[in-house]
Design a protein around this ligand. Structure first.
Ligand SMILES: [Zn+2]
Length: 140
């Protein structure tokens, strides 16, 4: 199960690559820009996140994915790193690899020349967490 914080980061990362979030099964489409103001999430991003939380993620999903935010916050799903690009992706929590990553339809991604999407919170701790998880996955 992904924590709210993880799901929030997941959206923030993909927003930085121009992916949108679809609400009400696509009747409302949001791409908050900018994602950050200084070191914090922008008011626009926070507004968008509150909208999603207000409906518990029901019928809200990231463009290019089939998993609703509601599913990501439920026990069967988790958010892990894509093996190809390292971006956070929905994973079914059975120790399986992600079925697909939203990066599938980005032609210019991964791209080492672009700045990596980042998180507003302490990114060093975040990276540490990803590394921990990767090593755990390898051991199991
Ligand atoms: Zn990917």
């Amino acid at each position: 199960m992904a924590s709210e914080q993880q799901v929030k980061e997941y959206l923030a990362y993909w927003f930085q690559l121009g992916k949108k979030v679809l609400l009400h099964n696509g009747r409302e489409i949001i791409l908050p820009q900018p994602v950050f103001e200084g070191d914090r999430y922008s008011a626009k991003f926070e507004n968008c996140w509150q909208k999603i939380l207000a409906r518990e993620g029901k019928n809200c999903y990231l463009e290019g994915t089939n998993q609703t935010i509601e599913q990501l916050l439920a026990p069967t799903w988790d958010v892990t790193s894509c093996a190809r690009c390292g971006m956070p992706v929905p994973t079914i929590d059975l120790g399986m690899q992600p079925l697909s990553c939203p990066c599938d339809d980005l032609n210019n991604w991964p791209n080492c020349e672009l700045p990596r999407p980042r998180s507003a919170v302490n990114s060093q701790a975040h990276l540490g967490r990803i590394q921990n998880r990767l090593s755990q996955n390898r051991e199991s």
